[in-house]
Design a protein around this ligand. Structure first.
Ligand code: FES
Length: 115
């Protein structure tokens, strides 16, 4: 009899200067799209990895590139337009003005009662 092990991979959490702002799931093709969806201010031009306009410093975590980046990068930088988070990410972007959805306390209480 063989035993199987199920491994569930958690979606990476993307934080800005230590503040968690989004869970990266398959809803967005790139990190840039996910950041824009959350109204995070980030420059972009080519959106395909060659101009370097979206260059962002990574404070911690790793990304995977969908296409090899053509803009030159330092070891602690990424191009959100052509990558996705591989692990939880902490980016050196300002969390100011980010629209983070939180559950209102009265809904949280109902959820707790149903559980
Ligand atoms: S927008 Fe040009 S490299 Fe990302």
């Amino acid at each position: 009899m063989s035993s199987s092990i199920l491994i569930f991979k958690k979606d990476p959490i993307v934080s800005l200067q230590g503040q968690p702002v989004l869970l990266f799931n398959q809803q967005h093709e790139t990190l840039l799209e996910a950041l824009e969806f959350k109204k995070i201010k980030i420059f972009s031009e080519c959106r395909s990895g060659y101009c370097g306009a979206c260059k962002t410093r990574v404070l911690s975590g790793k990304v995977n590139y969908l296409t090899p980046p053509l803009a030159s990068l330092e070891a602690d930088e990424c191009l959100p337009c052509c990558c996705v988070p591989e692990t939880n990410l902490n980016l050196d972007l300002s969390p100011d003005g980010v629209q983070v959805v939180t559950r209102p306390p009265h809904l949280l209480q109902k959820t707790l009662l149903l559980d």
